[in-house]
Write a protein that binds this ligand. Structure first.
Ligand code: GLN
Length: 481
């Protein structure tokens, strides 16, 4: 049963081949039996899951069930869940049980989807390897000596290990697409504002965006349909109609113009990864698409701009964790200053502290213009590159990551090497554009991701483009489990 895709589970539940309680129980058993190998969950919620599954079965029997009714899923531990600990991968929030659900979680609950538990992640979503989690690293199901990517490494690994058919995730600079690429899953970061950020613990508010990780584009379409939509509680949420993402999946893509940026095939790219991506582009040509050379000349500035803007916003967002209202509090503080300093010093890990220091520095008087303002100007240029490219093409394609999964520990001591993992993903966040990663081959038995960057609010087309490729290739079916 764990091999089933979300689309197959939806059909199976309606055809009474199995109940939600049955498939939920099966997956909970698998998590208990196997997750010791992966560490992809921070919290498993069997009681809640079985209760939700029983309610879903009643709703299915009554015949008025929404698409995802009874489908078991997992949520990244960055989404607040009422009554269920939400740690954000940090000691700071190890003891935090939110009194409310994030809008994304509420949407899934309203659809009667089932929550299996909360997935592991880099602390406060800062990282590309899942090694900064307070709860220990996640292992890549394809090779347990390798990282699954981050920060949504738990969600990606849980899907790849077939512990859940789908999971929520978030992407500030690549954290949906990069782990999807490294685990042979399909992940989608929507247009900024498409999915509500309410109740999603903030890292860098102008970049953060929630989205799905699943086994294929069709399943991602089902999940995005439940996640997307206007939310008055998030002032950056877009009040635009949500298209029917599953309806358009089979559309013909003959004549599709695919932009291929030379900058995404630079020296940083592993040649075997480049070859798999080129193979995928050839497959698209066979489907009738046309490859068009485009240029994104400011690509090399994306990492430096991001690593000023994201830490700057993080330093402001994380100032709320002061040991006073909630989260970790040090023992026996001498005075208020001691309370702040020790609570934050003890509660935040090394990478989070590094970001707060960098961000505070970049925002300080005298450096603000030199760093923060400059980075915002660069951001504008990066966005302009895409606006110009999309005058000529419908989607942009390239690699998701410069290499396949790397070894645990390999980049941990070198933050800059870790930051360069994001060179192909970060620009889409800076521009607010939607991006996807889908499996396009293996290198040394490790997965390679093809990245699709779409125009604003063009998620339906991206899903269609991804689905058509998955109809003529089997890479997404290759399994680590
Ligand atoms: N790796 C990037 C960072 O550490 C992106 C993380 C993310 O997308 N949440 O900031």
């Amino acid at each position: 049963m764990h091999q089933l895709t979300i689309a197959e589970i939806i059909r199976g539940l309606r055809d009474r081949q199995f109940s939600s309680v049955e498939i939920t129980g099966h997956l909970l058993g698998r998590i208990e039996q196997l997750d010791g190998n992966y560490n992809s969950f921070i919290s498993v919620t069997p009681e809640l899951a079985l209760q939700q599954a029983a309610a879903a079965d009643e709703r299915l029997a009554a015949g008025d069930a929404p698409a995802l009714c009874g489908v078991p899923l997992a949520h990244k531990d960055i989404f607040c869940t009422e009554g269920v600990r939400t740690s954000c991968g940090s000691k700071m929030l190890d003891n935090f049980t939110p009194p409310y659900d994030a809008t994304v979680v509420e949407n899934f609950n309203n659809a009667s989807a089932v929550t299996l538990g909360k997935t592991n992640m880099d602390e406060f979503a800062m990282g590309s390897s899942n090694e900064t989690s307070y709860y220990g690293p996640v292992k890549n199901p394809w090779n347990s000596n390798c990282v699954p990517g981050g920060s949504s490494g738990g969600s990606a690994a849980a899907v790849a290990a077939q512990l859940t058919p789908g999971a929520t995730a978030t992407d500030t600079g690549g954290s949906i697409r990069q782990p999807a690429a490294l685990t042979n899953t399909t992940g989608l970061k929507p247009t900024y504002g498409r999915v509500s950020r309410w109740g999603m613990i903030a890292f860098a508010s102008s970049l953060d965006q929630g989205g799905p990780i699943a086994r294929n584009a069709e399943d991602a379409a089902y999940l995005l349909a439940a996640m997307a939509g206007h939310d008055p509680k998030d002032s950056t949420s877009l009040d635009r109609p949500v298209p029917d993402y599953t309806a358009g999946l089979n559309g013909d893509i003959a004549g599709l113009r695919i932009g291929v940026p030379a900058e995404y095939f630079s020296d940083d790219l592993n040649p075997q990864v480049a070859a798999r991506v080129q193979d995928a582009l050839k497959e698209y040509e066979k489907l009738g698409a046309q490859l068009v050379e485009v240029s994104l000349p400011h690509t090399h500035l994306a990492v430096p701009a991001y690593y000023v803007i994201a830490p700057a916003e993080a330093s402001a967002n994380l100032s709320r964790f002061d040991g006073v209202r909630y989260g970790h509090r040090c023992e026996d503080p001498r005075d208020l200053r001691d309370l702040y300093m020790r609570s934050r010093g003890e509660g935040f890990g090394e990478e989070v502290q590094r970001r707060i220091l960098v961000g505070t520095y970049a925002l300080s008087a005298g450096y603000y213009d030199a760093y923060y303002n400059k980075a915002q100007q660069v951001r504008r240029l990066i966005k302009q590159d895409f606006v110009q490219a999309f005058e000529k093409v419908d989607v942009i394609m390239g690699p998701t990551t410069p290499s396949p999964a790397f070894a645990l520990g390999e980049k941990k001591a070198d933050p800059v090497a870790m930051y360069l993992e994001d060179i192909y993903t970060i620009a889409a966040n800076l521009a607010g554009l939607p991006g996807m990663s889908l499996p396009c081959g293996l290198v040394n038995n490790l997965p390679v991701g093809l990245q699709i960057i779409g125009n604003y609010l063009d998620e339906a087309r991206m899903l269609n483009v991804a689905h058509r490729y998955q109809q003529v290739t089997d890479w997404h079916k290759a399994s680590a489990a």
